[in-house]
Design a protein around this ligand. Structure first.
Ligand code: ING
Length: 345
């Protein structure tokens, strides 16, 4: 086929039309943090966040993504009475210690996302991320949907992962118009689940910011420990590609209170390609130039949802929680399997 011919295939036509769409360039960064220890003051952490904002300003960055629970140590590693745990939650945002961060970002015209633990006046405790626009307004809140770990003290673990004790779960994947595009957020464990990206993709997301704290040791199955970086990369790479979106994954990494956590903050393109990755496991700004208009290359061709998705075939995704395999081969289905667990035929 000659290059001059007008494409007749609707995919190619859509792609050609979008190739002419105005570019929406953005210089983005992952503002990776090294460890935050228990004794570290909020002020000392805010100093570090502002240092990353200042570096971002020097590099002409528009948007910095900060990690999950960025203002404190990853406190769910300890079982504590509530009176002791309350010190790790923010009751205001911005509050007395964090106002300086908002001021610094606004002064430079830099937007950011920030994860922290929130306690509301009516007593809700949540693992939240906020998004702040370049002029300083809060665009929205995201509450972690897939809250991992356990609720009670488990003595067999080297360290606890008590997120299900300390955080209620969020119930939606909102998207917003900001940064000249459509944007969303996800938090740590959310990034392992394809539903996260697809729900955000169905909200039109072109850029998703994901903060994480990922211990390198996974107590329920240590055979996964050596794969922490690999798993981190494949989930975000696949999510970006399958939904035609940019993904920024940002770690709080390194050895924090005796627990080593994955760094490898990364920025992925809608092609699935890795654009930039952290070189250290400490405080580091990882920068990439992106163009939100590039999402259309994927959203309007291979992954043109309107044209190709089959939601009527995907009913199991929302109708079921656990897997329902077919009955064992040696059993007679009608005799052995309770009616309500029969495999759909
Ligand atoms: N961390 C983990 C993550 O998905 C987790 C969840 C807990 C994984 C325990 C493995 C072991 O990377 C967070 N913060 O969700």
């Amino acid at each position: 086929m000659s290059k001059e011919s007008t494409p007749t295939d609707p995919d190619a036509a859509a792609a050609a039309a979008h190739a002419e769409a105005p570019s929406r360039p953005l210089r983005v960064a992952a503002g990776q943090l090294g460890p935050v220890n228990r004794a570290d003051s909020r002020a000392s952490v805010v100093d570090r966040l502002i240092a990353l904002i200042d570096e971002a300003a020097d590099q002409g960055v528009d948007l910095v993504a900060f990690p999950e629970l960025a203002l404190t140590t990853f406190f769910p590693r300890w079982f504590m009475p509530w009176e002791e745990a309350e010190q790790f939650y923010e009751t205001e945002m911005p509050g007395p210690e964090t106002q300086r961060l908002f001021d610094a970002a606004k002064a430079h015209g830099i937007g950011f996302t920030l994860g922290y633990a929130e306690r509301t006046p009516d007593g809700h405790h949540r693992n939240v991320q906020i998004m702040v626009e370049r002029e300083g307004s809060i665009v929205g809140h995201y509450y972690k949907v897939h809250v991992p770990g356990h609720r009670e003290y488990e003595p067999w673990r080297e360290f606890q992962h008590l997120e299900r004790r300390y955080f209620e779960q969020g119930d939606e994947f909102p998207t917003w118009r900001a940064f000249d595009g459509v944007v969303g957020m996800a938090t740590c464990n959310d990034r392992r689940w394809p539903e996260t990206y697809r729900c955000l993709g169905l909200g039109g997301a072109e850029l998703v910011m994901i903060g994480y704290n990922t211990p390198l040791h996974y107590a329920p199955d240590p055979s996964q420990d050596r794969l922490a970086g690999f798993h981190n990369r494949i989930v975000m790479q696949a999510g970006a590609y399958q939904n035609g979106m940019f993904v920024i994954g940002v770690a709080k990494g390194g050895l924090e209170e005796g627990v080593d956590s994955l760094a490898e903050s990364s920025i992925f393109a809608p092609s699935g390609e890795l654009l930039a990755v952290a070189e250290t496991n400490g405080d580091e700004l990882v920068v990439a130039d992106i163009d939100l208009a590039m999402c259309a290359n994927y959203k309007e061709t291979l992954f043109q949802f309107e044209r190709y998705r089959r939601p009527e075939v995907y009913t199991a995704i929302t109708a079921q929680k656990a897997a329902i395999p077919p009955p064992p081969l040696h059993q007679t289905p009608t005799d052995q399997v309770p009616t309500d667990q029969k495999h759909a035929t």
